[in-house]
Design a binder for this molecule. Structure first.
Ligand code: HEM
Length: 522
């Protein structure tokens, strides 16, 4: 009796887990088979979906994400599938594929962001949208960021750069944090013009910093967590912005800054944007502008620091000095066309010290045309954008089953054009690991250089970002030297890649008798 009783118990004890595992296995196989079958007979792209539920998320986060993407591309080619953060994804690593998703078939791929991030920035910000609403907002933002619109901002950006550099003099600075402060201030100038009251700016800044801190934290409303503090700060930001808008409307002011454009804009029915729509877009632009520009600026400083001969040439590339240049740059710059006679003849090639001297050693402000005549510095910025590729990829979601090169990208799947893989491919950029601004002497092949994205959502702030960088580099290299402190080659993700610990560096002002006035004749 006892025996016959014991047997079924032991059997059941084993049977239930076995049944449960078989059931899970069946669901998994069935789901895979079903997705493989249901898309017009086309196969899914090659690749691995990893473990049930977690997919390949652990593999991605347990190593440098760029190694994850690069090794996948090596194994599967330019299009492959994976499963990350609970979502099936297709990754695309060719210029042609990036153009397909972002430009030619962009209507089949909508922008997609985690809900918590969308709520934090504001769901009416342009980058969450497609179609008419997006086009309307984009026209306004783009209009305020065109070269004609931003050239008037130079004196204010320059004043901000000069006072910031002065405040760093003699101190140890976390470069990335300092650059964040700079790009925040430039964002404020662009949105609110030069008139903003100091008290109001401080209030905006304090709350914006709280939002920024909570933005990448775990999204829980538990009191005291960075996320819940960020939510409260975000609410206060909306209130502050409503107050500013009310004051402007009451005064009847017709400012031409971005906020002014938002306030005065009407649609075809004559309707204005609501305060919430404006607030979400103001905060959206600040977010889009700050960490991106700050990360790239941090890398510019790192690359210039690591390439002293290049720094020398950026400072002092002056007329008819090709022989001097050759001596100074041949040493380790692998004298390519940009550093020989062809490149240094002609006034457009005289670089930072020449501009500094032409402006009475900094007595007169930079002009727009001077910022357009910094070709080597400009190439340094482009090469930094390529090398650092701070936006390694972007996300879209397929709104229908889409066929690409004989594969199906199923509706609802995330689609990720991999900018960094393209920027680091030897097929498009020879010797891609080498920092070599001269490669931008000729334009890159179409769709191979996408630091600002491409298509309807491409970055409208790219000219402003470059202008800010040119102004900073001008004042930095003509008046300061900087030494990086501590480890130099590790990277951290904040969330964009930046040098470890934000690149701590010591800045010191150079007196006019110092060695920067003329290149060393080595
Ligand atoms: C070096 C600095 C910057 C980089 C690398 C950068 C990069 C990008 C990229 C790659 C996109 C497209 C994202 C996508 O397609 O999913 C984008 C969009 C955007 N960027 Fe930038 N950006 C920078 C600076 C700025 C600045 C300074 C501003 C504004 C002042 C700005 C405003 C925007 C906005 C509003 C969008 C969304 C456009 C839309 O959805 O239509 N960005 N940025």
């Amino acid at each position: 009796m006892q025996m016959s009783h014991a047997l079924p118990h032991g059997f059941l004890f084993l049977l239930f887990p076995l049944l449960f595992i078989s059931f899970l296995w069946f669901i998994l196989v069935w789901r895979c088979k079903r997705t493989d079958r249901t898309h017009a007979g086309l196969p899914l792209p090659p690749g691995s979906m990893g473990w049930p539920c977690v997919g390949e998320t652990l593999q991605l986060y347990s190593q440098d994400p760029n190694i994850f993407f690069a090794s996948k591309q090596k194994r599967y080619g330019e299009i492959f599938k994976t499963h990350l953060l609970g979502c099936p994804c297709v990754m695309l690593a060719s210029p042609e594929a990036a153009r397909f998703v972002l430009v030619t078939q962009s209507h089949l791929f909508k922008p997609t962001y985690p809900r918590s991030k969308e709520q934090m920035i504001g769901p009416r910000a342009l980058f969450f949208h497609q179609g008419d609403y997006h086009a309307r907002l984009r026209k306004l933002v783009q209009g305020s960021l065109l070269p004609e619109a931003i050239r008037g901002l130079i004196p204010d950006i320059e004043a901000t750069v000069i006072s910031m550099l002065d405040s760093w003099n003699g101190s140890l600075v976390t470069t990335f944090h300092a650059m964040k402060r700079l790009s925040f201030d430039v964002g404020i100038i662009t949105i609110f013009g030069r008139q903003m009251e100091a008290r109001c700016k401080e209030e905006l800044k304090r709350n914006y910093i709280a939002v920024d801190k909570g933005y990448n934290s775990f999204p829980t409303r538990l009191p005291g967590t960075p996320y819940s503090k960020a939510v409260a700060a975000r609410k206060r930001l909306s209130e502050i912005l409503s107050r500013i808008m009310k004051e402007r409307r009451e005064k009847g002011s017709e400012e031409k800054d971005l906020l002014g454009c938002f306030i005065s804009a009407t649609d075809e029915k004559g309707e204005h944007l609501s305060d919430d729509q404006i607030a979400d877009n103001v905060i959206g632009v600040l977010f889009a502008a700050q960490d991106t520009t700050a990360s790239v600026l941090t890398w510019v400083l790192k690359y210039l620091h690591d390439n002293p001969k290049l720094l020398e040439v950026v400072k002092v590339l002056f007329l008819g000095a090709s022989s001097v240049l050759r001596n100074s740059c041949l040493v380790d710059l692998r004298c390519r066309p940009c550093f020989d006679d062809n490149d240094c003849n002609g006034p457009s090639q005289a670089e930072q010290m020449a501009i500094y001297e032409a402006n009475g050693c900094g007595d007169r402000p930079l002009s727009w045309s001077q910022t357009r005549s910094m070709p080597l510095t400009h190439r340094v910025i482009l090469e930094t954008l390529r090398m650092a590729s701070i936006i390694s990829f972007t996300f879209r979601e397929a709104v229908a089953d889409v066929e690409y090169k004989g594969y199906v990208i199923p509706k609802g799947w995330k689609v990720m054009p991999l900018f960094r893989n393209i920027h680091h491919s030897p097929e498009f950029f020879q010797d891609p690991k080498n920092f070599d601004p001269s490669r931008f002497m000729t334009s890159p092949k179409p769709n191979t250089f996408l630091p600002f994205g491409n298509g309807v959502h491409a970055c409208p702030g790219n000219e402003l970002a470059k202008l800010e960088m040119l102004i900073l580099v001008h004042h930095l290299v003509t008046k300061y030297r900087w030494e990086i402190v501590g480890t130099q080659d590790e990277i951290e993700y904040a969330p964009f890649p930046v040098p470890k610990r934000g690149l701590p560096a010591k800045f010191s002002r150079i007196s006019s008798s110092d060695d920067l006035q003329r290149p060393k004749q080595s």
